[in-house]
Design a protein around this ligand. Structure first.
Ligand code: HEM
Length: 207
């Protein structure tokens, strides 16, 4: 769970950095930086499919590990608690089995939106800037993305903290630093990604 989570985190950071190129607008030849970036990625050819397959494998392994952990946790306490009083857990950690499936549903919708284009009102292969603009011009779709990013934030915050514990780095000397890192990385990803639909809605990103 920890290793696949760490890999997922790596993807999310790189993807956000790629997405932020939307703010670079067009170059002198009138090509959007985001479209050029997508074109450069496609130039990797078969390697891109290897990376996509790797990413899919990571997501699937992460889900399998989640089911295994849930089973172990239920076996550890077969009879439900009469009353649950939270000690040593926070909202993010208690809602991992809710935020995880929300992120999964988001990824499925997101692929249909920007990769396959089935649910995008004006999808054109390779015209990534225009595709993002078309989708986020609908306030309901933007709202859905914002809610999904907040769920991703909760999931990431606890996941980042927890993965260091799983990998054996739960030393009282470092715990405070790990918490701060988890919070900072989460805020960067959530604010960076959420800024995009908001910028489209308020007209900062436009044709
Ligand atoms: C507001 C935030 C986001 C925006 C604007 C965005 C934008 C995009 C766009 C435009 C593409 C298609 C790129 C292309 O055709 O070259 C894409 C693909 C993708 N996105 Fe996002 N994304 C966002 C957040 C996320 C998040 C949080 C995740 C994962 C948790 C994610 C996972 C993916 C995946 C798996 C792909 C497919 C990659 C591929 O085709 O190989 N995205 N995204």
């Amino acid at each position: 769970m920890a290793i696949t989570g760490l890999m997922g985190f790596g993807f999310v950071i790189m993807h956000m950095l790629g997405n932020l190129q939307i703010y670079l607008g067009q170059n002198v030849e009138g090509i959007y930086a985001l479209d050029q970036y997508a074109k450069n990625l496609r130039a990797f050819g078969p390697m891109l499919y290897v990376a996509r397959f790797g990413l899919l494998t990571i997501v699937l392994l992460h889900i399998v590990a989640a089911f295994q952990l849930t089973k172990i946790s239920h076996q550890g306490r077969p009879v439900k608690y009469y009353k649950t009083v939270a000690t040593g857990s926070d909202y993010a950690s208690r809602t991992m089995r809710v935020s995880g499936p929300i992120v999964l549903l988001f990824i499925i919708y997101h692929l249909l939106d920007f990769t396959f284009g089935n649910v995008n009102p004006n999808f054109h292969e390779g015209q990534v800037y225009a595709n993002v603009l078309a989708s986020f011009s609908n306030p309901l779709i933007s709202l859905f993305y914002i809610v999904a990013m907040l769920s991703l934030g909760l999931h990431m915050y606890h996941g980042l903290w927890s993965l260091f514990q799983s990998l054996g780095a739960n030393n009282t000397k470092y715990n405070d630093l790990i918490r701060k890192f988890a919070l900072l990385a989460t805020l960067v990803v959530v604010i960076g990604n959420i800024s995009i639909p908001i910028s489209v809605l308020i007209g900062v990103i436009k044709k």
